[in-house]
Design a protein around this ligand. Sequence first.
Ligand code: RUQ
Ligand code: CUA
Ligand code: CA
Length: 645
Amino acid sequence: MKEGLNKTSDPDTGMGRRRFLNSAAAAGLAGVGMAACSEKPATAVAGASAASGSATAHAQGGSSVHLKPGELDTYYGLWSGGHTGDMRVLGLPSGRELTRIPCFVPDALVGWGVTNESKDVMGRKADGSLRYTVADTHHTHASYKDGNYDGRYAWINDKINSRIARIRLDYFVCDKITELPNVQGFHGIFPDKRDPVDPAINYTTRVFCGAEFHIPLPNNGGDIDKIDKYRTLFSCVDAESMEVRWQVLIDGNCDLTATSYDGKLAATNQYNVENGAKYEDMMSAERDACLFFNVARIEAAVKAGKFKTYGDSKVPVVDGTRASNADAKTALTAYVSVPKNPHGVNASPDGKYFICAGKLSPTCTVIELNKVLDWFDGKLEKLDQAIVAEVEVGLGPLHTAFDGRGNAYTTLFLDSAVVKWNVEAAIKFHAGDKNAKYVVDRLDLQYQPGHVNASQSETIAADGKWLCVGCKFSKDRFLPVGPLHPENEQLIDISGEKMVLMADHPVRGEPHDFIIFKRELLHPKQVYALDDFPNAIKDPKESGVVRNGRKVTVKLTSQAPAFSMREFTVKKGDEVTLILTNLDKVEDLTHGFAIPKYNVNFIVNPQETKSVTFIADKPGVFWAYCTHFCHALHLEMRSRMIVEA
Ligand code: RUQ
Ligand code: CUA
Ligand code: CA
């Protein structure tokens, strides 16, 4: 591996399959674009030490990923769940999965998509059924205060239907989902870190959402053949109301999103400045862009009424296209040129830089934020001058994390490695100091890494302890389980100079992004408050069957090991709404409620209320029963639903 970049000349080191995948991926991924990557690497890269850490190496400073029974993890990880449309919560460094928070897709454990309350959050059609049942989550980020996570909210995207979900981190539940208007392929997501105008607002109030696919606007059957008229929008969602505040019409596309620590700038990397509709077209230009948004100016333009709307949407859309924003003094946007089809834009924890990974270029581009602000103020002649480094790091760079000690960690998809490089040394190298060794270390991964994140990485409290990498292929790392391989999440100790690979974890695809933060930043509640639920049945004596014509409400409570009614009767054809409050107050005392043949199963946590609505279309006796082991008499915890013919 030490020669680094030129795979075809590597001796066969027993990693034949990996090399095969590399060349196949290179051919498939990049076509002509990879030509640039097969050049000899910069000396700084070639000179990097290849002494990779391994699982057998001693962990630094006694770090261990193995916890003794009963020991708790020191970090939370919030993981995008991928196709399952949920958020996975892990404990780190053990890598144990603690829970999953359903968002976009029905979930059989909690009854998400079964209960009325969850259906209302997920979004319904006119007939009450779910609007969507598939999702593709990629990115997850949490709310900030003073540059660090404040434990209020996390957000996660659904790329398929351009939805953003909010998770309350006090109860670990999804409480709101918003569908963005007039966009497709909503991908990158990042909350702001403070207000750009009011310094008293030192916490997240906006979430920025980048849409990847360009479409005719409005997309209602017109302009289908006029690809040069397709556009996409960058959206700002209000963190509290979850309403879309405003959108920006742009050229090219959005991919990932980053925000500055002063709240003034948001950015997205663009791989399709060509506005191409075919894969080849999207790779025709040598350079693409990192597109910056001047948040204060955009909001001033919205206030001044300088916007349009599209289709049925009332959301104000300001003009952020290149042609309308050439004058720096009034520009809402700034298109910084970066090499071919970049992927990932990440904010360094010192607040100074955004780093764009090259993907089809073996480089990372470092953009100094103060210089971008200078350009907006008319103090920097050319926007390109905001680029303070553009250095080779390896093949297929995708995402970057930080250790808070000035180092960046970038995944190299094609090289199947992660490279540790020093940002200030890279800036020196770029400025002409060819002795500046910016590559500090390189570590082989198994295999083809995409996302990477370090503990507390994109906060002012980046602590440089752990790095996790989401590898897209696991191949031979786990017992074979048929054609669908798990993916491989690898945990790396980055507390020392050298990276040390500590653990492999199989995960069901396709998790993408995640964040890792200190456990003391979260204070989850473990019992609900009855008053959180307007329809709560606060006393078992309120139980009963209330009829209003053909509509029937069944009010029920649970207290281990019994439901408040041992039986209840409805009539065939009734529309039944069953409300169940769990009156148990004991932590961890969850009950379930299932009705055979009626497709009902959900759980109620301590002091929680949920409801389901169904048509009693089958007469007979149906034993509704508790599905969550709660008591020695759990099996006896039943209620007889009688449906009279
Ligand atoms: S993207 S592997 Cu959907 Cu997060 Cu970069
Ligand atoms: Cu209640 Cu099992
Ligand atoms: Ca391109």
